[in-house]
Design a protein around this ligand. Structure first.
Ligand code: PHE
Length: 341
C-alpha cells in the first residue's frame, strides 16, 4: 500500500509538472484528488490492510493528499503568472520602432492666394470687410446703380431665393455696406473677400467663385491713385517686372470704368497661348465710384471721391500657379491640393 502511494505521488508529480495549461491541470486535480480519483480509489482498499498498519497508511495518504494539493496550487499560480506575462508581451510597446507619420494638411491654393492678396492690401492700410452671401436686391443691384433691366438681374443669370433676395453675384454690395457703416468718416479703405454666385458651369466658370472687392473713399482720390494701387498690387503679386494696362470699360457703379490687364506672366508680353497672343491678361474690373453710389451709401459726392475694383481669386490663382481647369479648386483631389504645401 505504501509503495502504491509512493508510485501515485511520482506519477502525479510528473503529470502536474508537465501540465501545459490551467485546463489540463484542472483535469489532473479531478483525476488524482476527485471523489472518483485515484487517491480515493487507493484508500478504498484500506479495509484489506491489517488493522495495526491502518493508522500509518492513513497518515501517509493524508500527507499525500496535502502534497498533491500544494503541488497543484503552486503549478496553478505559475501557469497564471505565465499567462499574464504572455499578455504583457503582446501589449509591450517597442520604443525602437519608427513612429507613424503624422499627415499634416495644408492650406488650399485659394486660401494661399487670398492670404497674399490680403497681406498686400494690409500693407497699404486697407481693412477687411464682410457682407452676407445671401444679399438683398437693394445691396446687390439697386444701390449699385444697376438698372432693373440689367441682364445680371435676370432669373436666368442669378440664383434667386425669392424676388427680393439672391445669392450675391459679386462682392460689390459690400462697398455699400462698408460705406454705410462708416459714413461720414474718412478715409474708407477696405477690401472685401468672399464667395459670389452665378449661373455658369464650365472649365473657366464655376457657379460659386471668389472675389476680392477693393474700395477707397477720401477727399481728392483720383484715378491715378487707383492706377498706382493696382500697379503695386500686380508687382507684389506677380513680380516686380509687371506692367499693367487699363482699358475703358463700363460698370453701372463706377464712372469712368476700366478693365485692368497685367502683362502676360507666361510670355512676359511677347504673345503666347495663355494670353491669346495679345501679351496681356485681364485680371480685374475697376473705376471711380459713381456719384450716385456714394450718395446712396451716405457720402457727399461733391466732397469726396473714391475708387473701387473687383478681382476674381480663382483667376489670379490659375495664372499664378499655371492651373488650366477651374474645377480643380473644388474637386478636393489630394493629388492636386498636395502640390501647394
Ligand atoms: N463687380 C464687378 C464684377 O463682378 C467688378 C467691379 C468691382 C468693377 C468694382 C468695378 C468696381 O464684374
Amino acid at each position: 500500500m505504501l509503495e502504491k502511494l509512493k508510485a501515485l505521488e511520482e506519477e502525479a508529480r510528473a503529470a502536474v509538472d508537465a501540465a501545459a495549461d490551467l485546463e489540463e491541470l484542472k483535469g489532473l486535480k479531478v483525476r488524482y484528488l476527485g471523489k472518483k480519483g485515484e487517491l480515493t480509489a487507493l484508500l478504498r482498499g484500506l479495509g484489506s490492510v491489517p488493522a495495526e498498519e491502518r493508522p500509518l497508511i492513513g497518515k501517509e495518504a493524508n500527507d499525500l493528499r496535502q502534497k498533491l494539493e500544494q503541488m497543484i496550487d503552486r503549478k496553478e499560480s505559475r501557469l497564471k503568472d505565465a499567462g499574464k506575462s504572455g499578455q504583457w508581451e503582446k501589449e509591450r510597446i517597442d520604443v525602437t520602432l519608427p513612429g507613424l507619420p503624422t499627415v499634416l494638411g495644408q492650406r488650399h491654393p485659394l486660401t494661399l492666394v487670398l492670404d497674399e492678396i490680403k497681406d498686400i492690401f494690409y500693407g497699404l492700410g486697407f481693412q477687411v470687410a464682410h457682407g452676407p452671401d445671401i444679399e438683398t436686391d437693394f445691396y446687390n443691384f439697386e444701390a449699385l446703380n444697376i438698372p432693373a433691366d440689367h441682364p445680371a438681374r435676370d432669373m436666368q443669370d442669378s440664383f434667386y431665393i425669392n424676388p427680393g433676395l439672391l445669392l450675391r453675384t459679386h462682392t460689390s454690395p459690400v462697398q455699400i455696406r462698408a460705406m454705410e457703416k462708416r459714413a461720414p468718416q474718412l478715409p474708407v479703405r477696405v477690401i472685401a473677400p468672399g464667395k459670389v454666385y452665378r449661373r455658369d458651369d464650365d472649365a473657366t466658370h464655376s457657379p460659386m467663385f471668389h472675389q476680392v472687392e477693393g474700395l477707397a473713399i477720401d477727399k481728392n482720390i483720383t484715378f491715378a491713385d487707383l492706377k498706382g494701387t493696382l500697379l503695386l498690387f500686380a508687382r507684389e503679386m506677380f513680380g516686380s517686372g509687371q506692367k499693367i494696362r487699363l482699358r475703358p470699360s463700363f460698370f453701372p457703379f463706377t464712372e469712368p470704368s476700366a478693365e485692368v490687364d497685367i502683362s502676360c506672366i507666361m510670355c512676359g508680353g511677347d504673345g503666347c497661348r495663355t494670353c491669346s497672343d495679345t501679351g496681356w491678361l485681364e485680371i480685374l474690373g475697376s473705376g471711380m465710384v459713381h456719384p450716385r453710389v456714394l450718395e446712396v451709401a451716405g457720402y457727399n459726392p461733391k466732397e469726396v471721391t473714391g475708387y473701387a475694383f473687383g478681382m476674381g481669386v480663382e483667376r489670379i490663382a490659375m495664372l499664378k500657379y499655371g492651373i488650366g481647369d477651374l474645377r480643380l479648386f473644388f474637386s478636393n483631389d489630394l493629388r492636386f491640393l498636395k502640390q501647394f504645401s
